[in-house]
Design a protein around this ligand. Structure first.
Ligand SMILES: Nc1ncnc2c1ncn2[C@@H]1O[C@H](COP(=O)(O)OP(=O)(O)OP(=O)(O)O)[C@@H](O)[C@H]1O
Length: 291
């Protein structure tokens, strides 16, 4: 569903400095209907990768295909949904209005293209908002919502278009830990319902393991894939009592990989105090385990 081959992307450097090589010949394959997370140290190129898959960054070299087509073409047909780090809702539209907007814009574009032909039918905004627990606030405005609720609106807005590919860039990074856990649960339940192809950028090992089929570990800059880890936990996971030894083993492996990736991406290696030995095994999880 997503194929990235030899992707290179450099940004111009500040005055007197050379360009920043953000991605250095990166390869990635995301199968249809799978949930894939990308983790890696800050600055290793995760967002650049996501933007390239969304069609928002042109590769300097290499190829990106989404649904077998260049990302720009897939995005134009609304086959790609993007949930950014900050929800970017329109303040003059209600919750329902924000979620309906992409479908309205799309219908208008369809009508222009087909001179009044049938509009594309996508998911119902109110139904998707109910799925993310916002059925009671359809007529509220963004400033009346908490940060976590706004992020759920952004998620509902992307999912309502029923995209074949959903891209999420650290969507829960700006909310507190309790809200974050609730959002993870809702994303998991929603995804186990719609089963669209997901590429999810996160800094949280726990989040990556709980949500994903596969976790891609990146190092950099320059950004590259250093490991692809099969999570292998059974589904459905929404509402399941996770947190057993299998889950801790995957988490510990990823923490070791991240420590190595962090050191590899730092010009002088790890700073004093950075753990050189593998992280201690994870503490056992309380029942429910979605932390
Ligand atoms: N517009 C830009 N201009 C110059 N350099 C950039 C630009 N965007 C990103 N970079 C650089 O490219 C590299 C990769 O950035 P990117 O944002 O993709 O990393 P990231 O892994 O998503 O980071 P984080 O986890 O902190 O969000 C970094 O070194 C960053 O400084």
């Amino acid at each position: 569903m997503i194929d990235v081959r030899g992707l290179r992307r450099a940004y111009p450097g500040a005055a007197g400095r050379g360009p920043v090589q953000a991605l250095a010949g990166l390869d990635l394959h995301v199968p249809e209907g799978s949930f894939t997370s990308v983790i890696g140290p800050s600055g290793c190129g995760k967002s650049t990768l996501l933007r390239a898959v969304a069609g928002l960054e042109d590769p300097d070299d290499g190829e990106v295909l989404v649904c077998g087509r260049p990302p720009g073409a897939a995005a134009a047909d609304k086959e790609i949904g993007l949930v950014p780090q900050t929800p970017a809702l329109l303040p003059w539209l209600t919750v329902r209005g924000n979620v309906e907007l992409p479908a309205r814009v799309n219908r208008a574009a369809d009508r222009r293209r087909s001179r009044g032909g049938a509009a594309v039918q996508r998911g119902d905004a109110a139904e998707v908002l109910r799925e993310v627990g916002l059925g009671q606030v359809l007529d509220r405005y963004p400033h009346e919502l908490s940060g976590g609720m706004q992020q759920r609106v952004a998620l509902a807005r992307a999912v309502a278009m029923r995209p074949r590919v959903l891209l999420l860039d650290e969507p829960f990074s700006a909310v507190d830990e309790i809200t974050r856990e609730a959002l993870r649960r809702q994303l998991l339940a929603l995804w186990e319902h719609v089963r669209t192809t997901v590429l999810f950028v996160t800094h949280s090992v726990r989040e990556a393991v709980v949500l994903s089929d596969t976790v891609v570990v990146m190092a950099g800059p320059p950004g590259r894939v250093v490991d692809v880890v099969d999570v292998g936990l059974p589904r459905p996971r929404a509402g399941a009592d996770l947190g057993g030894p299998a889950m801790h083993a995957v988490e510990d492996r990823l923490r070791r990989e991240l420590a190595a990736a962090w050191a590899a991406g730092t010009p002088d290696g790890a700073p004093a105090g950075f753990p050189e030995t593998p992280a201690a095994p994870s503490a056992p999880e309380p029942p429910g385990g979605l932390r």
